[in-house]
Design a binder for this molecule. Structure first.
Ligand code: WTA
Length: 669
């Protein structure tokens, strides 16, 4: 057990009081996979009494292995190997398995594009399992033709189009390791990720539509591939760029490096047997923010991830064959990986993908889509729900939302007010809400209601999923009593857990496995109520949750100080009605630079360029000095209070220069 930085507050307070309880309706429970709380409790107890037996049984039932595993789990903390000795393939489990069933001609992906202009319908496409299988085989052969071999890293930087899922599945078919980069990230972020995982190929498009504009993805890739440190290109590992035609945006194609998706698939066969891959073969790397400046490449592997996402999709969303399931997340985030692509497809479900924004061309866009496709399950983020609340009930009221039977949320704690609105206005009081807690690192949902079984309370993710052992502990790693705040850890390994940080085993151990010996530390604060329900309080490290996106304050700080006018920067969060948290940057400028409104704009754009628009500070405050301890550590606690417009409270005796505080409170935007 060690107490390491960043030190969490002594007590983690949770002030939320919420007594309303909503039991699942008898009508819902009757047809649900798990029909009652007692059934859940019995299965859960079994699953944690002998986890290996439980997971073995599930793997036998849910996953097709070419070669059976010899050992369910090989565990030497923090290194887990699941289904050791087995061989399988994710794309085969998501596609081929369904071709010999009634699902072969069922819609696998329903895609709705962003309308080209207000008043125009969005483009639409449906791919059946058979069609998706063919597209994946074609593209897998394109990968091979372009030199991609098992284990090679492939960066995917695409809009929300079916080809994003096709590219991911094609990688898994041949054992290439994909790393999807969210289309809102900048050229610099693309380059950093290519450099970190030494990717051999980038798959991108000539553009992506977003709120009527075109995001110049290919141009960003071109710029990324030009970035040098000194005289050395940081992306020299890239040998090929495959470009999808999506927007008719004019792009430059570099001869010998860049090829068109449509040209390539016209030259290959549509037969591509899936590679037989070890259970622990790397599946993908997904970068996420941590508490230092450098994003972490979270590594997931084959069989365990597949099982975790398949099982959780089935039970949490209560998936049935006639569901139209819509998860609104972008494939650039873990939710898009696990619950747009892999989990639903492994279950043979129909997954809906939407390319655009929730409020373009109008704030009714989501409800239009629900109505048009008769969506039955909708999974979205609290930040979106808060925005819908602000836009008003009149938008959803124009549509028939009767097809909906289940609602879900993910990404941050949902405030009870937003939960109630979702329940009343969208769910019409009929639909259970599953508030699902999990992380990029956990691969799949960890704490969640099961919709036919668990009585819900607004604001809590309720109880653990099968086989998952979360616990709230104090700084010494001891379980705390009910209704006491503490750190959220997970005691036992689980199949879809991360297997490491790409290229950085030391950071893996330090970040996740040093807080409580042998246990996974989530970085979240939490409390359990008297019913054992888990209430997530939020991050206790320097990671913020802005509109459901994880942003490391250190990353934004290092982007700011990379600008020539900036001497020093400290970034903190302040509560925000829509985004959950907003970014406030305190900046000291270099001697010759002038703190001005123009410079604020320049710095915001600079962060946009360095990381991506999601990381642009909402407010930049110039200050002569930052509050520091005598050892030079910035006192973020004080900055947070100032950013939130609160009076300064707590100990300030460790401040090196107390006069800084008065100056800071005067620092204005
Ligand atoms: C937060 C997203 C409360 C939490 C799947 C976690 C939540 C971080 C919830 C992971 C929830 C996610 N209630 N907080 N239902 N879901 N979080 O990696 O702080 O983007 O650690 O994964 O989001 O964010 P990530």
């Amino acid at each position: 057990m060690s107490t390491k930085k960043p030190a969490p507050p002594k007590t983690i307070e949770s002030v939320l009081k919420e007594d309303r309880t909503f039991a699942p309706s008898a009508e819902f429970s009757k047809d649900a996979h798990i029909k009652s709380l007692s059934q859940y409790r019995r299965l859960y107890r079994e699953s944690i009494k002998d986890p290996q037996r439980f997971w073995a049984r599930q793997a036998e039932k849910e996953i097709v292995f070419y070669k059976p595993w010899k050992k369910v789990l090989q565990w030497k903390a923090p290194n887990a190997k699941w289904f050791v000795g087995g061989q399988t393939n994710v794309s085969a489990n998501c596609l081929d398995c369904h071709l010999e069933t009634d699902r072969a001609n069922k819609a696998a992906i329903i895609w709705e594009g962003e309308p080209a202009a207000p008043g125009k319908p969005g483009e639409e496409r449906t791919l059946t399992y058979r069609q998706l299988h063919r597209e994946v085989c074609l593209f897998a052969n394109v990968l091979k033709k372009n030199g991609i071999k098992k284990g090679d890293r492939v960066l995917i930087y695409l809009p929300m189009v079916p080809e994003a899922a096709i590219a991911m599945l094609a990688c898994t078919r041949i054992g290439a390791v994909h790393s999807v980069v969210f289309g809102g990230f900048s050229a610099q972020s693309v380059a950093d990720r290519i450099q970190d995982c030494a990717a051999k190929m980038v798959i991108t498009s000539d553009g992506g539509f977003r709120r009527g504009g075109v995001v110049p993805l290919k141009e960003n890739v071109d710029n990324a591939l030009k970035i040098k440190v000194g005289r050395k290109s940081i992306t020299q590992s890239i040998q090929r760029v495959i470009v999808l035609r999506r927007s008719e945006n004019k792009v430059k194609m570099k001869r010998g490096r860049d090829v068109w998706w449509h040209d390539e698939i016209s030259q290959v066969s549509d037969q591509c047997p899936p590679a037989k891959l070890d259970s622990e073969h790397p599946l993908f790397i997904l970068y996420t923010s941590g508490s230092t400046g450098k994003p972490k490449g979270i590594l997931h592997t084959t069989a365990g991830y597949l099982l975790g996402t398949k099982l959780s999709s089935k039970y949490v969303f209560d998936l049935k064959d006639d569901d139209v399931y819509w998860c609104t997340a972008d494939v650039g985030w873990i939710t898009g990986h696990s619950y747009v692509v892999y989990g639903p497809l492994a279950n043979g479900a129909t997954t809906l993908m939407y390319e655009g924004a929730p409020n373009w061309p109008g704030p009714d866009r989501f409800w239009q889509i629900v109505d048009k496709y008769q969506v039955t399950i909708m999974y979205t983020a609290p930040t979106a729900i808060r925005a819908f609340m602000k836009w008003g009930e009149s938008w959803p009221k124009q549509y028939r939302l009767d097809s909906l039977r289940l609602l879900g949320t993910v990404g941050e704690p949902i405030n009870p007010e937003a939960w109630m609105w979702y329940h009343r206005v969208i769910g019409k009081g009929r639909c259970p809400i599953v508030d699902t807690w999990w992380q990029t690192e956990t691969g799949g949902i960890m704490i969640t209601p099961l919709p036919g079984a668990t009585p819900t309370k607004p604001g809590t993710a309720t109880l653990p999923f099968f086989g998952i052992t979360p616990e709230v502990v104090d700084d010494q790693g001891r379980a705390v009593p009910k209704n006491t705040g503490g750190k959220l850890i997970v005691r036992q390994p689980w199949p879809s857990m991360l297997r490491g940080i790409w290229g950085d085993p030391k950071r893996f151990v330090e970040t996740y496995w040093s807080e409580v010996k042998g246990c996974y530390f989530t970085g979240d604060g939490c409390r359990q109520d008297s019913d054992g329900y888990f209430w997530i309080v939020g991050r206790i490290d320097d990671v913020l949750n802005v509109s459901g996106h994880r942003i490391g304050t250190a990353e934004v700080e290092s982007a700011l100080v990379s600008h020539k006018a900036v001497a020093e920067a400290a970034v903190v969060g302040r509560p925000d009605e829509i985004k959950g948290q907003a970014l406030v940057a305190f900046v000291t400028v270099k001697g010759s630079a002038k703190a001005s409104g123009d410079l604020q704009q320049i710095l915001r754009n600079h962060v946009g360029k360095e990381i991506g628009p999601v990381a642009k500070p909402d407010q930049i405050r110039f200050t002569d000095a930052l509050p520091k301890t005598r050892s030079g550590k910035i006192m973020r606690r004080l900055l947070k209070q100032i950013a939130a417009g609160k009076a300064i409270q707590g100990d300030t005796t460790t401040l090196e220069d107390i006069s800084v505080l008065a100056k800071l409170s005067r620092s204005e935007e």
